[in-house]
Ligand binder design. Structure first.
Ligand code: NAP
Ligand code: GDD
Length: 323
């Protein structure tokens, strides 16, 4: 039975990845950081099947101890400060976790067992002010936020440890992926949750920022499969993962409100508070390499994703208001 360590197991992707790995017969070690309240909402249903260990990307010796004790075959580094606006208000912390945290884990692997296969959760946010469209593995980076800058560091240190030490360290450059488990502050979930609240009469408007930003949005459940496939490949590398389609925040609103019979224009209010100091206007992937080398392709389309998220929030809010 192979063993996998998943950092960020309490996050959106961590929960889907842990489910996938358990289904494949892995022993799954989930790293969580110490907190005064429990943050296990997304993994409650599989908690008994996981080995939960305490560790933090700030703390190198906790990473070394976990690797020594659990001897994983694969490490999926999903932990990060992942919310772009917070990266301006907590730029140093974002750099410590999202950038230096990667080096701490790679160093731990190099010292404890260099045969461990390593996945780094890189991001389309690295393309930022894009220099070509669509974006592929060879597209130069131009990050537009401290988060994007930190991810560029994480990407290159992953490449560097591959080239310097021969580690099996792979960088998955994933475009935005969403689900009913997405954090409430990200725009897709903010919209699906807002729609559900308005539909239930609990809110009268939804305040958003830039409606013209375009993203290549896919379903998180599909994307964790690509992560696993990357670590089963013969050689490590860099892989762009996305749908190859792009849609605006406005289109997301139109479908989400329309799905419950509402017109978004009556409810969405543009609020400068949600504009960013520097915006990423357009992301669209060219996932040809992942398609040909990993035989990966997404199963859930854009409309299906939006409707799945709205349906989940309508049900969730309906259940809560009946209690
Ligand atoms: P998420 O829901 O925000 O989850 C982040 C996880 O990191 C949480 O489990 C969090 O723990 C953990 N974490 C934060 N700081 C930590 C620290 N210092 N030490 C240990 N754990 C820490 O993010 P996600 O959407 O699942 O994304 C997973 C990864 O993929 C992230 O690295 C993200 O930057 C990257 N990514 C995401 C997307 C996307 O569209 N979702 C696209 C490209 C790349 P708590 O629960 O305790 O907060
Ligand atoms: N969060 C948020 N809230 N975004 C808004 C809002 C709002 O009220 N209104 C408009 N937007 C726009 C943002 O300006 C941005 O252009 C777009 O919606 C998407 O924002 P987010 O959902 O916060 O995601 P992101 O693209 O900044 O970052 C996500 O995707 C990256 C991959 O490209 C995160 O998951 C990152 O961790 C990930 O790396």
């Amino acid at each position: 039975m192979p063993t996998a360590l998943v950092t960020g197991v309490t996050g959106q992707d961590g929960s889907y990845l842990a489910e996938l790995l358990l289904g494949k017969g892995y022993q799954v070690v989930g790293m969580v950081r110490r907190s005064s309240t429990v943050t296990f909402e997304r993994i409650q249903h599989i908690q008994d099947d996981l080995i939960i260990v305490q560790g933090d990307l700030h703390d190198q010796s906790s990473l070394v101890s976990i690797l020594e004790e659990h001897k994983p075959d694969e490490v999926y580094n999903l932990a990060a400060q992942s919310f772009v606006p917070t990266s301006w208000s907590q730029a140093v912390l974002t750099g410590e976790v999202t950038a230096m945290g990667v080096t701490r884990m790679l160093e731990a692997i190099r010292l404890v067992d260099p045969k461990i296969r390593f996945y780094q959760a890189s991001s389309s946010e690295m393309f930022g002010k894009v220099v070509e469209a669509p974006q592929r593995e060879s597209t130069p980076f131009y990050p537009r936020s401290p988060y994007g800058v930190a991810k560029v560091y994480g990407h290159w240190i992953t490449v560097n440890y591959r080239e310097s030490y021969g580690l099996f360290s792979t960088s998955g450059i994933l475009f935005n992926h969403e689900s009913p488990r997405r954090g409430l502050e990200f725009v897709t979930r903010k919209i699906s949750h807002g729609v559900a609240r308005i539909k239930q009469g609990l809110a009268e408007e939804l305040r958003l920022g830039n409606l013209d930003a375009r993203r290549d949005w896919g379903f998180a459940g599909d994307y964790v499969e690509a992560m696993w496939l990357m670590l089963q490949a013969e050689t490590p590398g860099d892989f762009v993962v996305g749908t190859g389609e792009t849609h605006s925040v406005r289109e997301f609103c139109e479908i989400a409100f329309g799905h419950v019979g509402l017109d978004y224009q009556k409810y969405v209010v543009q609020d400068p508070r949600f504009y960013r100091p520097a915006e990423v206007d357009l992301l669209i992937s060219d996932p040809a390499r992942a398609r040909s080398m990993l035989k990966w392709q997404p199963k859930v389309g854009f409309r299906q994703l939006v409707e799945m998220m709205v349906d989940a929030d309508v049900t969730r809010i309906g259940d809560t208001s009946r209690v």
